[in-house]
Design a protein around this ligand. Structure first.
Ligand code: FNR
Length: 184
């Protein structure tokens, strides 16, 4: 059984990102387990605090949680053409102390979304930039920039458009290929 951690870049109760992530979680095949990883309760990363034995319990708990997973799916909105702070903060906390990053070598895939037309392209690529440094093999194709997201979800939060479901399934299938290549 491989474990996929899902990180969502929005804390909003009715977040479109959360709804898309829940739809995508249902598309993973047998042998894969998905779990949402909580990032909204993390304090802002402060390097001054990150010294043993006084490392904040929240940092330690998060790092230990992340270690349980084989790969990560990021689903995020775009904030001011970039990555929301809450997601960036979680990546930073997991990346330290230097040389002990919990992200190292683990496969990842990114879905950005927006109610607008550009599909969160800026967030998607700024997030990619961080994952390059974190040494995470990131799914290249297909890219997922979901625009006009509010028109794709029905009142139960389900993606109602068959073409989009097929696209998301192809995205998951490609992600599985990537995971199998890196984590045999
Ligand atoms: C936004 N929004 C936004 N949308 C976009 O396409 N590009 C952007 O750069 C921004 N910038 C931005 C900044 C801030 C601070 C907020 C609060 C919002 C709009 C955003 O896409 C919209 O609120 C989504 O609904 C956010 O995603 P969730 O929370 O629904 O997952």
């Amino acid at each position: 059984m491989k474990k996929i951690g899902i990180l969502v870049g929005s804390l909003r109760k009715d977040s479109f990102s959360k709804q898309i992530a829940a739809n995508v979680a249902d598309l993973f095949p047998e042998g894969y387990e998905t779990e949402f990883i909580e990032i909204g309760t993390l304090p802002f990363y402060n390097q001054d605090d990150d010294n043993e034995p006084d490392t904040p319990a929240e940092y330690m708990a998060f790092r230990n949680k992340v270690k349980e997973f084989d790969a990560f799916l990021f689903v995020t909105p775009e904030y001011n053409r970039s990555v929301p702070a809450v997601l960036s903060n979680a990546l930073d906390i997991g990346s330290r102390p230097y040389g002990e990053s919990v992200w190292d070598g683990k496969a990842a895939a990114i879905i950005s979304q927006s109610p607008g037309n550009i599909g969160g392209f800026g967030a998607n690529h700024h997030l990619r930039q961080k994952l390059v440094f974190l040494n995470m093999p990131v799914l290249q194709q297909p890219e997922a920039y979901i625009s006009n997201v509010s028109t794709l979800l029905d009142e139960n939060g389900k993606v109602s458009n068959e073409e989009t479901v097929q696209f998301l399934q192809a995205f998951v299938d490609a992600f599985i290929d990537l995971i199998e290549r890196f984590h045999k």
